[in-house]
Design a protein around this ligand. Structure first.
Ligand code: OAD
Length: 253
């Protein structure tokens, strides 16, 4: 891939996507780690990404946590610290602005756990993979939000029953939060346009939402510097960075 010489998406494709978005009545946006890349947060599968040099199952699985909760927490706490120091970028802000401009017509679904959409002003995006800022008790199951970074002591203890808490994220081998996934599915079924930003589309069931949008034959837009496995099936695959493509050319209008 010759990124340096990539002229980016054609003006005609950008204009067509922008017009479709402006005319859509029920928009679903699905985001992945790539939308936070320009905030300095590593993605998972790009070179230098979070899974680079790790076997994901050694960090993000119930078995890894049972083996060494402090080690797993150390990795999550380092991510909390990095995200706390980062800022939402123009792509997050463009989606928050789109949501404000289209009340009742917009659903944001994210695979990200970083909370940057909310910090940019998005109101309660559907978080398919949980949140770095959610702590869940392994004893009584209660959940709490905690924005402290770094957290001490690690692993943290439940204020109610003193059992160890775990990160409130979805791990390999676990189910997605059912209510969140059902809402996302329903939103895709009702959508008349789906915009997919910064995800490799490799992880199911989230990627299944994209497949479903393509199957429904509604207008679909991908924004990603690298065309994904589903780019061919998209109405418009806009090859470019989310922080450049979204604010300047797609979501305004
Ligand atoms: P990946 O790391 O798999 O993919 C990131 C995508 O972002 C790639 O397709 C990149 O080309 C793209 N990208 C990079 N920079 C970008 C930019 N500036 N603008 C737009 N796109 C850019 O991340 P996800 O698809 O989010 O799950 O990964 C899905 C899930 O896999 C994650 O939620 C996580 C991981 O395992 C759990 O932890 C449960």
């Amino acid at each position: 891939m010759t990124q340096e010489h990539d002229p980016g998406p054609s003006p005609a494709a950008l204009e067509a996507a922008r017009t479709a978005l402006a005319g859509a009545r029920r928009i679903v946006v699905l985001t992945g780690a790539g939308i936070s890349a320009e905030s300095g947060i590593a993605t998972f599968r790009d070179p230098g990404g979070l899974w680079d040099g790790f076997k994901a199952e050694d960090l993000a699985s119930p078995a890894a946590f049972a083996r060494d909760p402090a080690f797993v927490w150390g990795w999550y706490d380092a991510r909390r610290v990095r995200v706390a120091a980062a800022k939402p970028n123009p792509a997050h802000r463009a989606l928050a602005a789109l949501e404000r401009a289209r009340p009742g017509a917009f659903t944001l679904v994210t695979q990200n756990v970083d909370g940057l959409h909310q910090r940019a002003g998005s109101v309660e995006p559907i978080e398919l993979h949980g949140s770095l800022w959610l702590l869940r008790c392994t004893g009584c199951g209660s959940e709490r939000r905690d924005l402290t970074a770094p957290l001490t002591p690690l692993p943290p203890a439940c204020p109610r029953c003193r059992a160890i808490e775990r990160p409130g994220v979805v791990w390999f081998g676990e189910f997605l939060p059912e209510e969140a996934f059902l809402r996302a599915e329903a939103a895709v079924e009702a959508a008349d346009l789906v915009l997919v930003v910064g995800t490799s589309n490799l992880v199911h069931p989230a990627a299944g939402l994209v497949v479903r949008a393509i199957e429904r034959d509604i207008p679909t837009i991908e924004v990603n510097p690298e065309p994904t496995r589903y780019a061919e099936g998209m109405t418009w695959a806009l090859a470019g960075k989310a922080g450049v493509v979204l604010p300047s050319r797609v979501t305004d209008g």
